[in-house]
Design a protein around this ligand. Structure first.
Ligand code: SF4
Length: 139
C-alpha cells in the first residue's frame, strides 16, 4: 500500500494490483519517492485507489475481484486502469485467457481513470493520482 508523497495530508491509500510489467512502473514510483509506504503515515485512509497494473488473465481475475471486495468493505474504492493491458488487453488482446479490459470485472463500478501507455511512466501514475485526489476526495 502506498500514499502520494506530494499529498501527505490526504488519506488515500494506493493498492497496486501488480499483474505484469506495468506493476514495475508503480514500484518505480515508490523507488523514486513519488509514492511512500502507507505504514509511515498514521492517518487512516479515507479512500483507497485500486491501481490495476498489468495483464488481466482469467486465472488472476478472481483474486483481483477479491482484492477490490476486501478494500470496499472498509470504504470507497476508486479504480484506475494503468496501462494498455488493463484497459484493453494491450498486445495480448486476442489471447483467449486475457481479459480485454477490466470493466466487466467490476460491474456497476466506474473506472475512474485510464492511464495510457505500454507501459505508462511512473510520473503518469502520480499525475493521475494527484488529479483524482484533487477532484474526488474532500479535503
Ligand atoms: S501494457 Fe505493456 S508494459 Fe503494461 S503489462 Fe501490458 S505489455 Fe506489459
Amino acid at each position: 500500500m502506498w500514499r502520494l508523497a506530494s499529498r501527505p495530508d490526504v488519506a488515500v491509500d494506493v493498492a497496486s494490483a501488480g499483474l505484469a510489467c506495468c506493476s514495475l512502473e508503480v514500484e518505480a514510483a515508490g523507488q523514486r519517492g513519488l509514492l511512500v509506504a502507507s505504514e509511515t503515515v498514521p492517518q487512516a485512509a479515507a479512500v483507497t485507489v485500486l491501481v490495476v497494473a498489468g495483464t488481466v488473465t482469467t486465472a488472476v481475475e478472481p483474486a483481483l475481484v477479491r482484492l477490490f471486495d476486501e478494500h470496499a468493505q472498509h470504504g470507497p474504492v476508486i479504480i484506475v486502469s494503468f496501462g494498455a493491458c488493463a484497459t484493453s488487453g494491450g498486445p495480448y488482446w486476442d489471447a483467449p485467457t486475457v481479459r480485454p479490459g477490466i470493466e466487466a470485472l467490476f460491474p456497476g463500478q466506474e473506472i475512474a481513470s485510464y492511464v495510457p501507455g505500454c507501459p505508462p511512466r511512473p510520473e503518469a501514475l502520480v499525475v493521475e493520482l494527484e488529479r483524482l485526489v484533487d477532484s474526488r476526495i474532500p479535503a
